[in-house]
Write a protein that binds this ligand. Structure first.
Ligand code: ADP
Ligand code: MG
Length: 596
């Protein structure tokens, strides 16, 4: 199984065997910034640890009699210099590196995810709610950025603060390693526990956010339906429920964060360390300056403790998001690009041989007799250049037949042949470039009219576009707009009428010159004034290529070379108008109904 029908090529790949490896493989592309982050973090912590030692020296200098002013000045200068270097060089290096790393990861992952989504098959997109997809593509990707800055940045930065007292304290007195060591142990155990509790909570937050986004996307996408049925109240209540469960999930995560044990342990360890150093002082093993230096060192533990609570939850959220993004990227599809497949200029011969099909998830079986069977035992043959009308009631499977030709979906049984070659053996790119479909619901991008017509044919220049628009009877209305071909279309073609959108789509087809053209109910949205024009455009478009017309228009049906009558997913009859009028009661029936 492959994970996409089209691979969009990149000069890098990632390890997709698990979220951890995946993130690492992204990170490893930016080694320089990782090095900067580590260097900055280690240096920063080292200089922070040096500070209490300098302070200890200063105390030593003022408590000897007479006070050693020279030593005091040196200690003060060292404090100032070390903290300047820390602030101006090391912290800057650490924060800058992790910020750049976070942004680059976000960019790369967006890029990888987008390429992967674009390449997925229709059966994948059928099953993925847009809102959840968008949540993953935006919010979850963002979480990975935050995972590194401030998340990993703080984890690495503060981990060094955890280690420094352990390394430096023994140089004061070997026994002083006890308190920081105990703390490190307790810290490790409780962070492990914390992460284990945090994981399901963060996953829940991400998941609920995706659901909330789905509700929102559906309400906006279906706003006409919502308003038409006066369901604004219901929908907004549904959304409020989504928001509430998102909040609850967040509060639950906050609960766990609040019960972060090391905060309590920190106080205990600092008390213990203070007591221990005083005991050593009383025994004469260390001086007062050492007591101050050591307790200063223990203060360093505060940073990892406070930072960890927040930093680890960023890391846990990032991990949950990585898992969700990877889930999309690695989702398997049945279709594949078939790069080594058959590639040739199409003549336009089409044959269906006992085709069976149902809309189901990849890998799911489709047994004959099942309820979800959409097509069954569909067979017909079309010669190059013929115009074929597919007729039948709504839901009889006409559009599905069209989608099997361009391999938007794959058959579950039988074969679809183009020029005698199974469509599954065609190179998918070659196949789709030569089969062009104009759907009932025409999608126009919020780009200029010219770009919309040239979609699928980016090399076309203005001259080609105008020629295509003329042939599609669209030139006239386009030039009537103030900005002509540069008019930017509102989303979903809002500023164009149905008929105008149809003609843009037909112009698109003229440009791409497909060997097989499929018009799915393409004239249903058209008023009678433009019908004539459309009719002429279609006739011109159908010339010299195999054309499928899925239509209710009698004029078009009558004029077809071949008529395929569909009924409940099966072919009820095939023939010319005259033949069918004579032989097929189903056809006569449909014909009579259309006429009325
Ligand atoms: P027609 O174009 O003749 O109206 P379709 O081919 O669109 O019929 O649909 C045939 C059947 O398949 C219908 O029962 C419809 O509900 C179902 N169907 C269509 N598209 C999908 C889809 N993407 N997922 C699941 N079922 C679908
Ligand atoms: Mg249809």
């Amino acid at each position: 199984m492959t994970v996409s029908e089209f691979e969009i090529s990149r000069d890098w790949t990632t390890d997709r065997r698990g979220p951890g490896r995946w993130i690492l493989s992204h990170v490893s592309r930016h080694k320089l910034f990782v090095a900067g982050m580590l260097l900055g973090a280690v240096g920063n912590a080292a200089l922070a640890a040096a500070m209490p030692l300098f302070v200890g020296q200063a105390v030593d200098a003022v408590t000897t009699s007479p006070p050693d002013l020279r030593a005091l000045t040196i200690a003060a200068a060292l404090v100032a210099a070390s903290q300047l270097v820390r602030g101006l060089v090391l912290q800057l290096l650490r924060n800058w590196s992790s910020e750049v790393l976070g942004q680059r990861l976000e960019r790369d992952i967006r890029d990888e995810l987008y390429a992967s989504l674009i390449g997925k098959s229709m059966s994948f997109h059928d099953q993925q709610p847009t809102g959840d997809l968008m949540a993953r593509a935006t919010n979850d990707v963002r979480q990975i950025n935050l995972m590194f800055n401030p998340g990993v940045n703080l984890v690495i930065g503060s981990a060094n603060f955890l280690l420094m007292p352990l390394i430096v304290a023994p140089s004061i007195h070997p026994q002083l390693v006890i308190a920081p060591f105990l703390y490190l142990l307790a810290y490790a155990v409780s962070v492990r526990d914390y992460l284990r509790q945090l994981r399901p909570a963060t996953e829940r937050v991400r998941h609920v956010f995706g659901e909330m986004n789905t509700t929102l996307a559906e309400a906006i996408d279906g706003i006409e339906t919502v308003k038409g049925a006066a369901q604004e109240d219901f929908e907004s209540r549904r959304f409020a429920e989504g928001v509430t469960s998102w909040r609850d999930a967040y509060v639950r995560q906050g609960d766990i964060e609040a019960r972060f044990i090391p905060l309590l342990l920190l106080g205990l360890v600092q008390g213990l360390g203070f007591f221990h150093s005083l005991l050593l002082f009383r025994a004469g093993a260390i001086g007062l300056d050492n007591v101050i230096a050591f307790n200063g060192l223990l203060l360093l533990l505060g940073f990892p403790t406070f930072a960890a609570q927040f930093a680890y939850s960023r890391v846990a959220s990032g991990f949950a998001s990585a898992r969700r993004i990877l889930e999309l990227i690695t989702y398997e599809t049945e279709l594949d690009q078939n790069v080594s497949g058959y590639e040739a200029s199409m003549e336009g011969r089409v044959a269906f041989e006992n085709v069976a099909f149902c809309y189901n998830a990849p890998g799911e079986a489709c047994d004959p007799g099942d309820e979800q069977v959409v097509l069954q035992d569909v067979s017909f043959r079309v010669r190059p250049g013929q115009t074929v009308a597919i007729v039948g009631q709504t839901g009889s499977g006409k559009s599905t037949v069209a989608k099997l030709i361009s391999r938007i979906y794959d058959v579950d049984g039988g074969r679809v042949l183009i020029d005698g070659i199974d469509v599954r053996h065609w190179n998918l790119d070659a196949l789709r470039h030569q089969v062009s479909t104009i759907e009932q619901d025409i999608f126009l991008f919020s780009r200029s009219i010219e770009e919309n017509i040239a979609f699928g044919c980016p090399d076309a220049d203005r001259h080609d576009v105008i020629q295509a628009a003329r042939a599609a009877q669209a030139h006239q209305f386009i030039t009537s707009f103030e900005h002509g071909y540069d008019t930017v279309i509102g989303e979903r073609g809002a500023t164009l009428s149905g008929g105008q959108a149809q003609r843009l789509a037909i112009a698109r087809a003229f440009l791409t010159r497909p060997a097989i053209l499929i018009l799915d109910d393409a004239t249903s949205a058209i008023d009678s004034e433009t019908e004539d024009r459309i009719q002429r455009a279609i006739e011109q478009a159908a010339r010299g290529r195999t054309t499928f017309l899925i239509t209710h228009r009698l004029s078009q049906i009558r004029w077809a070379d071949l008529i395929v009558v569909m009924r409940r997913g099966e072919v009820a009859a095939v023939g010319t108008h005259d033949e069918l009028m004579e032989e097929s009661p189903v056809y006569r029936n449909i014909f009579a109904r259309y006429e009325s």
